[in-house]
Structure formats: C-alpha cells, structure tokens
Design a protein around this ligand. Structure first.
Ligand SMILES: NC(=O)c1ccc[n+]([C@@H]2O[C@H](COP(=O)([O-])OP(=O)(O)OC[C@H]3O[C@@H](n4cnc5c(N)ncnc54)[C@H](O)[C@@H]3O)[C@@H](O)[C@H]2O)c1
Ligand SMILES: [Zn+2]
Length: 338
C-alpha cells in the first residue's frame, strides 16, 4: 500500500508493506552518505537490516526513553554529524519510535539549516501517527515538544513486521492513537477494533491515511490539525501528574478521551475496546492538580481551552471550553461510570 502526502514541494510517499524494511532502495537513494539514528531499545536486527542496504552509512545510538528527547542528546547527535563530516547533500534516517523520529527529525531539520530526513517508524504509535506530519521536536524540562520545527520527511517506510519485537503493552499503547483517529474521522477504523482478530496492517493504513489527509489540509496546525488532540487535554494532564513512571502516553490519551465522548452507546463501545487492549483505568485524581497542567498547556489560552468532542464515531466537534467548565467536568468524575 502506498500513499502520497501532497504538500507541493514537500510531498512525500508513505509505504506500508510487510518486508518494506528490506528494500528501502525502492524509496530512497541508498548510495549517498547517511546517518542512521536509533535509540538503544530498537532491536539491532532492524537497524542492521537498514544499515546493510546502505553503501556509505554510519549508526548513531542514544539512550532509549523520553528523557533523551532533550538538548543534551540533540547536541551530541549534531556533534557526531560534524565529526562524520556530514554535508548539506547527506541524509538522516530515523529508525525507531516517536522519540527517535522526533529527535532525529529535529537534528535533520537544523543541521546546516536542514538536510534530508527519512523516517522508518518501528512502534505502533509512530506507524499509525507520529511518523507523518513533519512535527519534530525536543522537550525542555517538563515542557514537552516546546522547541521544534516542521520538517517533512522525504519518505516514510512502514513495515508491520518490525512490530514482532514490540511488547504487547507498547502495541496497545500505540493502538489508542489509531482508535482516536477513527473516533474523530473514520468509523470503519473504529469497527476494525471490534472484529474478532485485530487486523493491524489495516489499522495502520487507515489511521496513517487519515493523518495524511489532515496534515495536507493544515500542515502547520493552525486549525484542522487540532482535532488530532482529541483526548489529549486531560490525557496530557494525567500523564504529567500521574503518568511519568506509571502510564504510557496512549494509555493517558485513552483516559482523556472518555471525558469527551458525548454519547453513551459509543462510550460503552469504546470501553469494551479498552478492555480488549487491557488499558488501565483512570486513577483517582486531584482536580486542582490536573487543572494546573491544563491551564499551563501550550495549547491553552488565557481562560479557555479548545477541546475536541465526539458525538458520533467518525466525526468531531471543536469547542472552546472555559477553564471553569473544564473544572466542572473533572469534578463530575463521569469517567468512572460504566
Ligand atoms: N511528531 C508527532 O507528530 C508526534 C505525535 C505523537 C507522539 N509523538 C512523540 O512520540 C513519542 C512517543 O513515541 P513512542 O510511543 O513510539 O515511544 P518510543 O519512541 O520511546 O518507543 C517506545 C520503546 O520501544 C522501543 N522500540 C522501538 N521500536 C521497537 C521495536 N520494533 N521492537 C522493540 N522495541 C522497540 C524503544 O526503544 C522505546 O524504548 C513521544 O515523545 C511523543 O511526544 C510525536
Ligand atoms: Zn498523542
């Protein structure tokens, strides 16, 4: 399966195919000089597979985990590119999850004012969502993605086979972002989660295709792209307040979505899917603590926050909610009702 992200001069192909990782020359020039960047949790066999196809490449590894998405790792990677005498005409390949993609992409976007970047996502989250759209960034302290750029990859190569080494928890974590995408834009994608066996290839393809269309219409997140934040207002707050060592991002997004599914039958369907994905329940939370995170989120305004609501599977509504209304919503604790 192939899609093209249509962005005038920045257009690029997305390949979704089993074994695609073994034939990257079909989408990129493997003879040029290439820095392959991966965190140390990405299994060696996937990195080697890419490396062995390149004629003039070297591998840079960094420590796995969100904490590496920081200035220190960013600087260290840039210095290594300089040591390897990378020029403007050379390229970076990211192979890994969203952390590797965001970090390596930001390195590529700024090295010599920007060099070619290829993304080979290896987690479900990055395959269904983060690898497409060109948002690259690092965190500064507790401010996630606060410094970054829009830097579109030259190609995205998605091979579902690489998920064979990923833990079930990480798989389910990433599937939440695909379910989110379905809830706001594609009811068929939601239905895929209700079939007897999960067709992960189809889920990836449908999800990334919705992301592609949204990005095409709003590349800089001035409007439509905000819908992808469904579940993230409260999700990010739970992640910041209680998540750090307990929950994964997708697990928190799942919790956050429950507050904005405005239809009882749909909410029941979603809760059944959560059970299937063995997602954790919303923890006992303190309203003030969560409000603190919401108010200080970079997507919040002085006294309101734009939230995404879903009344029917596959469609969304954007609403400007006052912080007072958000507080009341948290106080109702409807998320505990089955
Ligand atoms: N740019 C965007 O549009 C966008 C969108 C959503 C999320 N993100 C970012 O994505 C990041 C989260 O990404 P993630 O969930 O992929 O986490 P991650 O990149 O940290 O990957 C999770 C873990 O899986 C390991 N791993 C990766 N591939 C593997 C494989 N095939 N087999 C076994 N282990 C493997 C990694 O080493 C890591 O330890 C966050 O930093 C978030 O901000 C970015
Ligand atoms: Zn997310």
């Amino acid at each position: 399966m192939k899609y093209t992200v249509h962005l005038k001069d920045d257009s690029y192909p997305i390949t979704i195919e089993r074994n695609a990782i073994q034939k990257i020359h079909e989408t990129m020039n493997t003879q040029r000089k290439i820095a392959i960047i991966a965190d140390d949790g990405v299994p060696q066999k996937w990195v080697d597979c890419v490396y062995q196809q390149c004629e003039n490449a070297f591998i840079l590894r960094f420590k796995q985990g969100e904490a590496s998405k920081c200035f220190a790792t960013y600087e260290s990677l840039l210095k290594q590119l300089i040591e390897h005498q990378m020029s403007r005409s050379d390229a970076v390949i990211a192979i890994g999850g969203g952390v590797t993609g965001d970090l390596a992409g930001f390195v590529a976007s700024t090295y010599m004012r920007g060099i070619d970047f290829y993304n080979i996502p290896t987690t479900v989250l990055s395959q269904v969502d983060s690898s497409v759209g060109g948002k690259v960034a690092v965190d500064v302290g507790s401010y996630k993605n606060i410094v970054g750029a829009f830097w579109q990859p030259k190609a995205v190569i998605i091979d579902p086979n690489v998920l064979s080494t990923l833990s079930q928890r990480q798989i389910n974590n990433g599937l939440v972002e695909a379910l989110k995408t379905g809830l706001i834009q594609d009811e068929t994608l939601v239905e895929l989660f209700e079939q007897e066996s999960l067709d992960i290839d189809q889920i990836i393809a449908r999800s990334i295709n919705v992301k592609r269309k949204v990005v095409e219409q709003d590349v800089k997140e001035s409007n439509l792209r905000k819908i992808l934040n469904f579940g993230h207002t409260i999700g990010h707050a739970i992640e910041g307040a209680y998540g750090l060592n307990t929950y994964l991002h997708g697990e928190c997004v799942a919790m956050g979505m429950l507050f904005f599914i405005e239809n009882k039958a749909l909410k029941e369907r979603v809760l059944r899917i959560y059970q299937r994905l063995e997602l954790p329940e919303v923890p006992e939370y303190d309203v003030d603590t969560l409000m603190d995170y919401i108010v200080h989120d970079k997507k919040s305004h002085a006294s309101t926050t734009t939230v995404v609501k879903v009344y029917e599977a596959g469609s969304y509504q954007l609403e400007e909610l006052s912080h007072k209304a958000l507080r009341e919503l948290l106080e109702k604790r409807e998320c505990y009702e089955k």
